[in-house]
Write a protein that binds this ligand. Structure first.
Ligand code: IPE
Ligand code: IPE
Ligand code: MG
Length: 263
């Protein structure tokens, strides 16, 4: 999409309009990956149970997805549940799954009206059957969209993904000599997608928590103190603007300006 699409959604005179105008639409990240963190802390600050933070996080998801689509991002990947998150109390996990199902139902119309195609990455077969059904339905219904690709990382682990890719490579019968980085990437969950140019993490933690380990090799990392339930369009625009000020070198000695946002 474009500046016009973004401005059409921002009330006149709102400070986000000024942010939107600063964005260079020729140098957008092709893929933005987000670690949505800080829901528990958001709730704790309000003396609420952790699940209230997850509930409040839905509004941030909604805003971020629509901002991404209106900006014209190629791919947006949100980390919703890691393989390690099974260590949490069962009641918290079941609330997260319930919220996911509710989100998929309530947001389907918005996804379709923004021409968004949904995909799920992770060990989906290990999720409860009702969650899998809901996901399959939403993926199928948005399959005809050709705008932004929205990956939800669910029961996702970066190392697990690499192991799964290695298994698939072996099963495909590929010869060891034929395997290189490009061929291997075709066995990942994100086959055919550009690698993230920008990795955003909310709530200040300086770690990658087993997220897209292969794909973030040269991603620019942006960490904000904002807790996920408070994250909105303005924060997303700030992240893109910070990204556009970065000098990417890919191991060379001169800034690879032309590569920023390359699709
Ligand atoms: C992120 O918020 C949501 C998930 C990991 C599912 P957290 O629940 O990790 O919140 P904090 O990090 O405890 O504040
Ligand atoms: C990463 O957040 C996982 C998701 C956002 C789904 P965590 O809160 O689980 O990460 P750690 O435990 O702080 O590394
Ligand atoms: Mg956390």
């Amino acid at each position: 999409m474009s500046l016009e699409q973004l401005l059409a959604w921002i009330p006149a005179g709102h400070p986000d309009a000024a942010l939107a105008r600063q964005i260079n639409f020729d140098r957008l990240p092709a893929h933005v990956a987000v670690i949505m963190d800080g829901n528990g802390r958001w709730a704790a600050q309000r003396h609420l149970p952790r699940v209230e933070g997850h509930r409040a996080g839905i509004a941030a998801v909604r805003d971020t997805v629509e901002t991404g689509a209106r900006l014209g991002l190629g791919v947006l990947t949100l980390y919703a549940f890691s393989i390690e998150n099974w260590k949490r109390p069962p009641s918290e996990i079941s609330t997260l799954m319930m919220l996911l199902k509710r989100y998929l139902r309530s947001e389907l119309k918005t996804l379709l009206s923004n021409n968004i195609r949904l995909r799920v990455i992770g060990r989906i077969g290990e999720l409860a059957a009702d969650v899998q059904d809901e996901l399959r339905d939403a993926v199928e219904r948005t399959a005809g969209s050709d705008g932004m690709l929205f990956n939800i990382a669910l029961n996702y682990g970066g190392r697990a993904e690499i192991v799964d890719a290695a298994r698939r490579a072996i099963e495909s019968g590929i010869r060891a000599d034929d395997l290189d980085e490009e061929r291997f990437a075709q066995f990942l969950y994100t086959a055919g997608q550009p690698d993230p140019d920008l990795l955003v993490r909310t709530s200040g933690e300086m770690r990658v928590s087993n997220y897209l380990l292969w794909q973030i090799a040269y991603a620019e990392i942006y960490v904000t103190e904002t807790l996920w339930p408070d994250f909105r369009r303005s924060h997303m625009l700030e992240a893109i603007l910070a990204y556009q000020k970065r000098e990417r070198r890919y191991g060379g000695i001169t800034p690879a300006r032309a590569v920023i946002g390359a699709k």
